[in-house]
Design a protein around this ligand. Structure first.
Ligand SMILES: Nc1ncnc2c1ncn2[C@@H]1O[C@H](COP(=O)(O)OP(=O)(O)O)[C@@H](O)[C@H]1O
Ligand SMILES: Cc1ncc(COP(=O)(O)OP(=O)(O)O)c(N)n1
Length: 262
């Protein structure tokens, strides 16, 4: 059985973070292990509190699992601060972890901050250059490229600028664009590859980014090339959003256990 590691924060409501990652990994019939960076008190309405673990303890968790299990891909989500980013980058290099998918989580859909502002440069300089693929949403892409959030800028331009940070591939997600299609753009430094689906009319998109990045990690672990890995993952997230999980009073999560087949 292929094994995937998620390094991310806990979402007590179970829709995003480590919980979404492990559900997704299970849906792909891959074995999932988790290193927790922070624990959030969170529900479908927002984030009510955050307790962050020390960089040292995050590193100890990585040591424990990597010395025993055998990961074909690793995904990072909420890393909370620069100390944790530096630890994770150092461990990725020390253990030569492959197929690193970096989801540069900064803000929850509810607007709550999940990454200290001072940590953004560490993400850019220490972790992103080690990534096989980074998966920023529109706002994260703008922050990473120093753009104003109100600036009207194409996914192509953002992807080109982001690629200079050193990741092998950049996938800019257009999920938050106000268009009729949910368009994501993959860039390898030479060509653009577009993944578009009709936009589903729903506010129930809690955890979509975590779910998509975990699905990509699984598909890379299963041996798919990046284009096919993104295609399969996009198909999965679209079905998961369509199906949805009506569990809370706010932005509900997706249904992780939809079939991954056609
Ligand atoms: N309403 C929607 N309809 C269809 N696909 C969506 C919708 N919202 C998001 N997506 C897709 O979900 C995936 C995650 O994107 P996004 O929600 O932008 O990430 P994040 O959770 O990091 O903000 C992307 O493939 C995006 O296109
Ligand atoms: C613990 C934790 N990690 C990440 C997120 C953000 O999840 P994401 O899939 O990027 O998007 P939303 O859930 O905010 O739509 C989170 N909320 N909690």
């Amino acid at each position: 059985m292929k094994q995937v590691l998620t390094i991310a924060g806990s979402d007590s409501s179970g829709g995003a973070g480590v919980q979404a990652d492990l559900k997704t990994i299970t849906a792909f019939d891959v074995y999932g292990a988790s290193v927790i960076t922070a624990v959030t008190a969170q529900n479908t309405l927002g984030v009510q509190g955050i307790e962050t673990l020390s960089g040292g303890f995050v590193g100890q968790q990585v040591d424990s699992v990597v010395s025993d299990l055998d990961f074909s891909a690793v995904k990072t989500g909420m890393l909370a601060n620069s100390e944790i980013i530096q630890t994770v980058a150092q461990k990725v290099k020390e253990y030569q972890l492959v197929n690193l998918v970096v989801d540069p989580v900064m803000v929850a859909t509810s607007g709550d901050l999940l990454l200290a502002k001072e940590a953004i440069n560490y993400l850019k300089e220490d972790l992103i250059p080690l990534a096989k693929v980074i998966t920023p949403n529109l706002n994260e892409a703008k922050v990473l490229t120093g753009k104003d959030l109100s600036e009207d800028i194409s996914l192509e331009e953002l992807a080109s600028e982001l690629h200079k940070l050193g990741a092998q591939y950049v996938l800019v997600k257009g999920g938050h664009q106000k268009q009729k299609v949910a368009r994501d753009l993959l860039y390898d430094g030479v060509k653009f590859n577009e993944f578009s689906t009709p936009r589903i009319k729903t506010a129930d998109t809690h955890g979509t980014g975590c779910t998509l990045s975990s699905a990509i990690a699984c598909n890379l672990a299963l041996g798919y090339q990046i284009e096919e890995a993104v295609k399969r993952s996009k198909k999965y997230i679209t079905k998961a959003i369509k199906s949805g999980c009506q569990v809370g009073a706010g932005n509900n999560p997706v249904d992780h256990f939809v079939s991954i087949e056609e």
